[in-house]
Design a protein around this ligand. Structure first.
Ligand code: KG4
Ligand code: ZN
Length: 333
C-alpha cells in the first residue's frame, strides 16, 4: 500500500490530495483563486503565486485531516512540475521537496498533462486503452492517444489559441465576464446554434486545431451587426467549436482504432461538448468517458494518482530536478 500526498499549483487552483495506490482518493481539496483574478479578466501570474504561498499550507493540512492520515502515513510527496506558470509551479514544487526531505520519503515530479489523462482512469477504472483523450482547457487543446498509463502519443493540438481561451476571449468581448466558458455555455442554451454560420477552421485537415480565426470572426460579426442577439452569437460560436472538437476526436479514434474516448480539462464541462461526444461515441461504437467537472478541472487527486504510476515505473525524482513551465508530454514508444 502506497499513500501519496499530491500537490497542484500550476495555474490558479491551489490543491492537495491524498491518494492510495494510484486509484483510491482519500481526500481532494481545491481552493480556487477565480474570484481573485476575475476583475482582471484572466489569471495574473504574480497574484497567483502569492495566493499559492498563502493557501498551500492550510490546503495541505486540510487534505491530510480529511484523509485521516498523519505524516507517518505518507509514503511519497508529489507535485506538478510543469507545464504552467513558473512562479506558481515553484510554490508547490518547493513545498513538496521540503516535506519529502523532512519526512524522509521520495519526491515525485508529475507532468500536469499526464495527470489530466490519468484523471479519466481515476473515475472509470474499467476504461480500456487504446483511448483518445481530448484535453481542452484554458491553456491546452490536445488530442492524445493513451496506449496505457505512461505511454502517450500526441495526435494533434492547437496551432494558436486553446479552446478555453477562445471561450474566454469571446465572452470578454461580449461583456459576459470571466471565466467565459460557463457564461457562454449558459447563454448558448437560450440561443439558436444555426443563427450564424461561423467558420470551422481546418475541419477537413488533419488533427490540429485553430481557434483564433473563429474568435476574430465572432468579433467582426458583432461589430457589423451590433443589434444581434447575444444568445444566438454564443450558441453559434459554441456550435462551431464543438463541431470541430468532436469531428477531430472522432477521426483520431478511427485512425488509431481506439476502444474509447475521454474528455479532460475545464472545457470538458461544456454541456454541448459532452452530449455531442457521447452521441458520436454511441454512433461509432466507442466507450465514452466524461469525467465529473471536479475531475476535469485542475485538482491534486490526479497528481497523486499519476505520481503512483511514475514512482512504480521510474522511481523517485532527484531533489535537484526543477520546474519547467514548457514541459511536454513524456515521449514514449
Ligand atoms: O482546466 P481549467 O480549469 O484550467 C486551465 O485552463 O488549466 O480550464 C479553464 C477553462 C476556461 O477557459 C473556462 O472558460 C473553460 O475552461 N470552461 C468552459 C466551461 N467551463 C469552464 N468552457 C466551455 N464551457 C464550459 N461549461
Ligand atoms: Zn489543467
Amino acid at each position: 500500500m502506497t499513500t501519496i500526498l499530491g500537490i497542484e499549483t500550476s495555474c490558479d487552483e491551489t490543491a492537495a490530495a491524498v491518494v492510495r495506490d494510484g486509484h483510491d482518493v482519500l481526500s481532494s481539496v481545491v481552493s480556487s483563486q477565480v474570484d481573485l483574478h476575475a476583475r482582471y479578466g484572466g489569471v495574473v501570474p504574480e497574484l497567483a503565486s502569492r495566493a499559492h504561498v498563502q493557501l498551500l499550507t492550510p490546503v495541505i493540512a486540510e487534505s491530510m485531516v480529511e484523509a485521516g492520515v498523519g505524516e507517518n502515513d505518507i509514503d511519497a510527496v508529489a507535485a506538478t512540475v510543469g507545464p504552467g506558470l513558473i512562479g506558481s509551479l515553484l510554490v508547490g514544487v518547493a513545498a513538496a521537496k521540503a516535506m519529502a526531505l523532512v519526512w524522509g520519503v521520495p519526491f515525485v515530479a508529475v507532468n500536469h498533462l499526464e495527470a489530466h489523462f490519468v484523471a479519466a482512469f481515476l473515475e472509470e477504472p474499467e476504461l480500456r486503452p487504446p483511448l483518445v483523450v481530448l484535453l481542452v482547457s484554458g491553456g491546452h487543446t490536445l488530442l492524445v492517444e493513451v496506449k496505457e498509463i505512461g505511454h502517450y502519443r500526441v495526435l494533434g493540438g492547437t496551432i494558436d489559441d486553446a479552446a478555453g481561451e477562445a471561450f474566454d476571449k469571446v465572452a470578454r468581448y461580449l461583456g459576459l465576464g470571466y471565466p467565459g466558458g460557463p457564461a457562454i455555455d449558459r447563454e448558448a442554451a437560450k440561443g439558436d446554434p444555426e443563427a450564424i454560420r461561423f467558420p470551422r477552421a481546418m475541419l477537413d485537415e488533419g488533427l490540429d486545431f485553430s481557434f483564433s480565426g473563429l474568435k476574430t470572426s465572432v468579433i467582426n460579426y458583432v461589430r457589423k451587426h451590433p443589434d444581434v442577439s447575444t444568445v444566438d452569437v454564443c450558441a453559434s460560436f459554441q456550435q462551431a467549436v464543438v463541431e470541430v472538437l468532436v469531428a477531430k476526436a472522432r477521426r483520431a479514434a478511427r485512425e488509431i482504432g481506439a476502444a474509447g474516448m475521454a474528455l479532460a480539462g475545464g472545457v470538458a464541462a461544456n454541456s454541448q461538448l459532452r452530449t455531442h461526444l457521447l452521441d458520436a461515441c454511441e454512433a461509432d461504437g466507442l466507450q465514452a468517458f466524461l469525467p465529473s467537472r471536479a475531475m476535469c478541472t485542475d485538482n491534486a487527486a490526479m497528481v497523486g494518482a499519476a505520481a503512483w504510476y511514475r514512482l512504480r515505473d521510474h522511481g523517485p525524482t532527484p531533489l535537484d530536478a526543477g520546474a519547467d513551465p514548457n514541459l511536454r508530454i513524456p515521449l514514449t514508444a
